[in-house]
Design a binder for this molecule. Sequence first.
Ligand SMILES: Cc1cc2nc3c(=O)[nH]c(=O)nc-3n(C[C@H](O)[C@H](O)[C@H](O)COP(=O)(O)OP(=O)(O)OC[C@H]3O[C@@H](n4cnc5c(N)ncnc54)[C@H](O)[C@@H]3O)c2cc1C
Ligand code: FES
Ligand code: FES
Length: 1366
Amino acid sequence: MEGNTQLIFFCNGKKIVDDNVDPEMTLLTYLRIRLRLTGSKLGCGEGGCGACTVMVSSYNPITKQIRHMSVNACLAPICSVHMMAVTTVEGIGNTKDGLHPVQERIAKAHGSQCGFCTPGIVMSMYTLLRNNHQPTMTDIEDTFQGNLCRCTGYRPILEGYRTFTKDTPTAGCGMNGTAGGCCQNGSSQPRSMNGTTGGCCQNGSSQPRGCCKDLKIEQNDDDHKIKGISSTLFKPGTFKPYDPTMEIIFPPELILTLEKVEPTFLKFTNERQTWLRPVSLKQLLESKSQYPDSKLIVGNTEVGIEMKFKRMEYPVIISCSDVPELNTLLADNNGIVIGSSVTLSTLAHFLKQQLKKLPEYKCRTFAAIIEMLHWFAGNQIRNVAAIGGNIITGSPISDLNPILMAAKSTLTVISTEGNSRQLCMDKNFFTGYRKNAILPNEVLVSIHVPFTEETEYFMAYKQAHRRDDDIAIVNAAFRVKMASSVVEDCSMAFGGMAPTTKLALQAMKFIRKRNWDNLLLEDVSSQLADEMYLPPGVPGGMAEYRQSLVLSFFFKFHQYVSQHIIPTNNHIIPPVLSETSATSSISRPEAKSTQMFQETHDDQATFENVGHPIVHKSAYKQVTGEAIYIDDMLPFKNELHMALVYSTKAHAKIISVDPSEALLMDGVCTYIDHRDVPGSNITGPVLQDEEVFVTELVTCVGQIIGAIVADTQYIAQRAAKKVHIEYKELVPIITIEDAIDKQSFLAEPKSITNGSITKGFDQSDHVFEGEMRMGEQEHFYLETNACVVVPGEDQGIEIFSSTQNPSLTQWLAANVLGLQNHVVSCRVKRIGGGFGGKETRSLLLSSAVAVAANKVGQPVRCVLDRDEDMASMGTRHAFLGRYKVGFTNDGKIQALDIDMYSNCGNSMDLSFSVMERALFHMDNTYKIPNIKGTGYLCKTNIPSNTAFRGFGGPQGMMIAENWISDIARLCSISQRKVREINMYNEEDITFFNQKLVDFNLKRCWNECLENSDYENRRKEIEHYNKTNRWKKRGIFAIPTKFGIAFTATFMNQSGALVLVYKDGSVLLTHGGVEMGQGLHTKMIQVASQTLGIPTQKIYINETSTATVPNTSPSAASATSDLNGMAIKNACKTILDRLKPYVTEKPKASWEDWIKAAYFDRVSLSATGFYMTPDIGYDWDTNTGTPFNYFTFGAAVSEVEIDCLTGDHVVLRTDIVMDVGDSINPAIDIGQIEGGFIQGYGLFTLEEHRWSPSGQLLTKGPGFYKIPGFTDIPVEFNVSLLAGVPNKRAVCSSKAIGEPPLFLASSVFYAIKEAVCSARQHAGIEGVFRMDSPATAERIRMACADRITEKFPSAEPGTFKPFFVRA
Ligand SMILES: Cc1cc2nc3c(=O)[nH]c(=O)nc-3n(C[C@H](O)[C@H](O)[C@H](O)COP(=O)(O)OP(=O)(O)OC[C@H]3O[C@@H](n4cnc5c(N)ncnc54)[C@H](O)[C@@H]3O)c2cc1C
Ligand code: FES
Ligand code: FES
């Protein structure tokens, strides 16, 4: 069939006509490469992060309606936007003509740190506003279900956008997150808190958003004089008003054309793929008949993934989106008919309308679908994905199929010959894994879902790793039709329990004619346990948990039905009150927060410099998409692309490598491997124990064996997959336990001792031995590792890299090319998050690209896909702690003997230093008179693990908090008390013999307990737990002390270069990398303060080894401390030189002094250098001072858990943190909140799973879950300790990047408290082991009860596990 071959769409108001469109291209690639609109980012390529979000608008000529939808451009085929309007972040505002309010508010509310996620978040919010000018906070939270941010902790984004809601507080301070209201009294009353027309209950002010806490108050706190406490990080009053009438309109030309011209059949072709778009069922059937092997698509959310990640090839694609017969939506006498191409958003909207129109009882299935759709992916996916796509994909964990099956839905299909037939979605429909009874020549037309009857009850359940935007572990749908108290008919369908969605046929039969009572519950549970049996080692793993969920869901349904039929049936005994908590779902009220900080002293307020919460200097560029990351750089002339050839075996000898098939492909330039390395192929950041390109032996999956260089990234990646490698496999070691068994270590154990543990144990009343495991953590920076290398003169090269470590990038690239350092330079403008993951592992990539650029003599770019990055770049080290602790009856610690094992992976990287820091933090905040800690570095066959925020500290402290919690339980004293009696005091000496001075921990601790009303809430929780059997709450307080300095002493140095130009403007360069942490902003504030000029006169362009040499990586939280001092020193040099001019004309301006100095031929550039004084530690003698100082903090968190599913919600977190005199409170609070939420992911959510043969199973956001918007504490209060200047760092500040992360363990231990209460309810007392993270699986299985006892764990070694934890 012939068709129109011209693609037409509008992008940001501009018409795009493409006569030769490549049908394989996604919208994102088209935008970024063809249109050079690089604002939309590639974060994952699989619809899981939202960084690529754009708005796609369409016009319906029949209804005359315009529909705006957020879409993942990374999955949307370019062909799918024909005759539509695409709006990208560039289209709504820019720094030249003005920001859009959506851009301005996220920037000014400090909601953009590294900025890589920001354009996607901006576009999600923008689309929401285009559809709903005054959304509620719930609308906003829902709109962000498909967006991730790794930096901010989400709170500032939500607060910035709260200003768009109709209930934005215009009175009171509004700080409690409700409409008006007050931070102090927790009231949710809107407005008029002081009885007047606005203002605050505390101060009688009637100023809108005025807050008593903003008053410049003098507080006296013992010795501390504290000036003004503020709670205002941004001023909504300064925001540009939002005027929906000013938005860009839908292109009138498109409206005219769509109204005049009937849609036509489209056909787009390249040499590999043809893309067809029929516009009638007839055309669809003809196309299918012509191309029997064609692939139908609607949203492409399944097929797109298959093509990109599973490398499936579909030569003919037929889009069914515009076939009217497949877009039907109507109600008939028996139910509703849903066209197979109806998208999930449209379906939800339609069902909500039915709920309003029809009697409640008819819509019970629809209510279940609406609820399920809320948990189904994010908006961007739901806007394009169709119901038909979900059914046909036939995923065993499809969220809709269990509901459709339990509802007894029927499907109408039609064959290419035009024969129509109906199929019941019953036991015969799914015929195998992703297979169904629809014939290859048939097309799904529609789905019929019947109404429920008055005595029919329907519920669906889903449990996933994360609440929002996650696929199910197990889901279920239950329908029961009652005749009085007797079951007349019943369906039970389960997902995640078999290769297909599965009906529990035996249980369904068994339940009929039975009385709905507790006996039925017991009998059906036993029946389900048999019918849904999973063997240990079942695909997907978690056999016991999944089986428990089946019974837990049925228990919930049983309770639900009982509660509903009791009023009409007096034969049934009502459930005990506390049991009713089984049916309520964990709800998340609207989020609220406060942020408190000390206002800057008046004498510092000349400019918005040190102490002010000024906005991140790149924020405006980030929110408009103008900020340039590596892959946004314009291509260099003759630039080529590189794709890596990775090892696919964990431990194997390479027998042969054959790139010949790849080299035959059009556009492939060359293959690179170790033979192309002109210098040394041996590399490594500390020890030289790695190869850039593997020569003979691979020691993990994801090691670089070679690389393909080609004209485009797409060709290079396809070709790289065609390089054939033959291996001889060897036995791999994956887990810590494996390594211990096989004594596989990278080095001798590292040990530290103080006192005598023998004596300590002798003096103890009790000695207890325990064990804890803490999982690894993926960095999940939103920008993957990327690098461009440009060859230059004298064999030199220029490297543009997304690295935290420019100097080491330079040194190692020089080493690999056999060059001197001075002809190699590394430049970094900004990076899209690092968190330690780009401190050393990025160097392998940049060295490999350097070899390629050297070989081809042309610029070479390599940007890793998310799955490649995750499979090759290493993670935070998993730890195992085995401890023996001695203590007195009253809980005082006498001795600790601890062995810590870290999973280092296949090379040393930074593992040695990570273990050192873990050992330094094994006391957390407790004085242990006799201590011995030993660290073992396990060598395994997984990618080398590396630095990650906290650098071993969190692992050491986590194990400390575990044994001290055990002590509290064993001594029956409170968790608070055991911590307080063992906590260090001022001037105490740590076990590494460092004296604790300015020990502000106790102030943090006490303020935090007080602010959080800890004791009262603990009592309330006790009461709550007594009256609720299946929901439990827990509250927990955690202190932290984090040592600041690189433990390798030589790294505590830094340099800066200050250039002052003739006009008085200043260009600043220093050794630190801006990765979102606001470093450059703080450094500009330091320079502004020192030079006495406004921050606007100071600019930082990039970090470059060509301007500041021999820098340390941006790591160890110390970057501001080190570089800030170097900058200060350089600025002082400039000031010294200016002194004569200032003395001569003290009233003149900065510009005048500079001009005078220039004409007097005074140098206006200066370098600055700094080395941290008085630090250095000797491990052999346990003497010296490892840390410059400590950062302190405390947190209290409260959680609620669902004991039946393992779900949880963080109800409230209060943090008090000592950051010294904050250089920028907005940035510091951003680090605290972002660090806390990252720690929350570490301790509760994030988990890598490995196949026993060493393949990473959790690649990409689809399987690896970082916290999302609705995972943050419902109430999140952060305050910075006031009046605590730190004399050991720049501007009296303290380092803050890493220390807050550990405070998130308060959530873990609060969960453990809640679990403890559940166990007590089941009659189980005493200490129990719970490893980190506290995933839903771990929580559920720890809440042992009559369900879990049916599924005891199989003995390890008796089966082959589906996955292992490293
Ligand atoms: C980030 C992300 C999150 C997700 N979250 C969830 C989730 O929470 N729950 C869940 O269940 N799924 C989830 N999915 C899976 C997927 O989105 C759904 O299965 C979706 O409904 C597929 O619809 P689609 O229109 O995009 O399908 P497509 O990819 O377009 O097509 C899927 C399959 O359906 C076939 N097909 C489509 N229409 C017809 C027709 N009329 N006749 C015959 N065959 C047809 C296609 O040939 C193809 O085999 C997620 C996917 C992504 C990428
Ligand atoms: S890049 Fe599209 S969702 Fe992540
Ligand atoms: S600011 Fe969101 S990922 Fe960095």
